[in-house]
Design a protein around this ligand. Structure first.
Ligand SMILES: [Zn+2]
Length: 267
């Protein structure tokens, strides 16, 4: 089921995902914090006056509250053969485009949790994601360890990314996922709610693609753990993920599972 040739691998690696500093690997894509990000002060979104001359972007979907669901969502209903593939949104935009296009070829829809600095660097990607029928959400402004921050700093990380999403799409995005942790602390969950996100999107399957284990290992990990209602954590920015996605989607199809947006998963 996994068809990854050495030639494919070399080709994918040539697309360049940017080297991350080696560091301790842990759940919640912790390694990404090793990448230097530009300071957000260059774009103080929350202090900019609204531009009344620019047409308001057509409003993308807003976050929703799902009655009966916990604040922190790790998976959807176990009664329907649907899963959500959710992506850390950062890294080489060519990789992001490849993954989006591959998903669309398979009739699949993804959920992208975008890092605010990534949106600053590649503002067109927000519309590309939405135009493909995918979900777009907030993964903090700089992808730092948001659970360990002071209340003011954590709030700023959440609202700065929300402001960028709002400016680019007319909506703060449908989901919030904390950075460098699979679950939000109680404080961060409260701050996210105050910023307009009633739920925090966690996951029950970690593909571990950010550890660069090779495409075959990514497919095996997802295939072994995914089931009805699963929310799978994956990452833009890694060539292994580009190589793995077709086989992941084929495996889902073989098992009668449909990859839907997280909004669809809970609707
Ligand atoms: Zn992440």
């Amino acid at each position: 089921m996994v068809r990854v040739t050495p030639t494919d691998r070399r080709a994918a690696l040539r697309t360049g995902a940017g080297l991350l500093a080696a560091g301790a690997l842990s759940a919640g894509c912790a390694t990404h914090g090793a990448v230097a990000h530009p300071a957000p002060s260059a774009h103080p979104a929350s202090t900019e006056p609204p531009d009344s001359t620019a047409p308001a972007p057509k409003g993308a979907p807003a976050p929703r509250r799902y009655p009966g669901q916990p604040v922190q969502l790790t998976h959807g209903p176990r009664t329907r053969p649907r899963v959500a593939l959710t992506f850390h949104g950062q890294g080489d935009p060519a990789i992001a485009h490849s993954l989006l296009t591959e998903a669309e070829k398979h009739g699949a829809h993804l959920t992208v949790l975008a890092v605010g600095t990534w949106l600053d660097e590649h503002p067109d990607i927000a519309r590309r994601i939405l135009d493909g029928g995918h979900d777009l959400g907030n993964h903090t402004q700089r992808h730092l360890a948001v659970n360990t921050m002071s209340q003011a700093d954590a709030r700023a990380e959440i609202t700065a990314c929300a402001d960028r999403l709002k400016r680019l799409t007319g909506s703060i995005g449908t989901w919030f996922r904390p950075s460098r942790a699979p679950q939000a602390s109680p404080l961060v969950a409260r701050l996210a709610a105050a910023a307009g996100y009633p739920h925090v999107l966690s996951y029950d399957v970690d593909s571990l693609d950010y550890t660069r284990p090779g495409a075959a290992a990514i497919v095996r990990k997802v295939a072994a753990e995914v089931r009805d209602g699963s929310v799978v954590s994956m990452h833009f920015g890694y060539p292994d993920t580009v190589l793995a996605l077709p086989a992941v989607l084929e495996e889902l199809t073989r098992r009668g599972l449909t990859a839907v947006t997280t909004t669809e998963l809970f609707s």
